[in-house]
Design a protein around this ligand. Structure first.
Ligand code: SF4
Length: 188
């Protein structure tokens, strides 16, 4: 999938899957996101992440720049499980139209001015990325460690795994929410 950066350069986004998640997969993520062990583990990982960030002390001016993905040249990728956990934890719905508009603008739909409107529920990728990268190594190590732990979580609970671009996932989740998929029983 081709994407255009803010400076006009064109690049390939490797995190746009060729096909959307099925209704069954979306519902599986939705159910798994509420599982007490899954929920507890994600919160534990977020807490570990906060501890590491507190030691590294990157400068964050809360400018919101990194949430304008196109202009900033940043790709935020998350797992489907985490995307649904964030959706549930944020307790907010987003219309499909708003999700599509934000995606077309290459901006996070949850950015409110320069602030994250779902800060306590934001996905791991938002917790590990800082414009102030220093030598960048600690962020890469932290990201990989958390991603590996989330893959383990998928494996432990037999959760379908997909790692994809955030606004692409949010668009499909918003549509699933609007069409009742997240409240449907799984088809047998
Ligand atoms: S969820 Fe919040 S921190 Fe993450 S990209 Fe969106 S607005 Fe920014």
């Amino acid at each position: 999938m081709i994407r255009r950066l803010g400076d006009g350069r064109v690049t390939v986004n490797p995190f746009i899957p060729p096909t959307p998640p099925t209704r069954s997969t979306l519902y599986s993520w939705w159910c798994a996101s509420a599982h007490p062990l899954v929920d507890a583990r994600l919160r534990e990982l977020h807490s570990d992440c906060a501890n590491t960030v507190a030691v590294a002390r990157p400068v964050c001016l809360a400018s919101g720049k990194c949430c304008h993905f196109g202009a900033h040249g940043h790709i935020l990728a998350v797992t489907g499980l985490e995307a649904l956990w964030t959706w549930r934890e944020a307790g907010r719905s987003l219309s499909p139209h708003a999700a599509v508009t934000a995606r077309n603008a290459a901006t996070c739909p949850f950015l409110d001015g320069t602030h994250c409107s779902i800060h306590s529920a934001r996905p791991t990728g938002c917790r590990t990325y800082f414009c102030d990268r220093g030598d960048g190594r600690w962020q890469s190590v932290l990201s990989e460690k958390l991603h590996s732990a989330i893959i383990d979580l998928h494996n432990q609970h037999a959760i379908p795994y997909l790692y994809a671009e955030w606004t692409w996932l949010v668009e499909h989740i918003a549509h699933a929410h609007a069409t009742g998929v997240l409240s449907e029983p799984l088809e047998s």
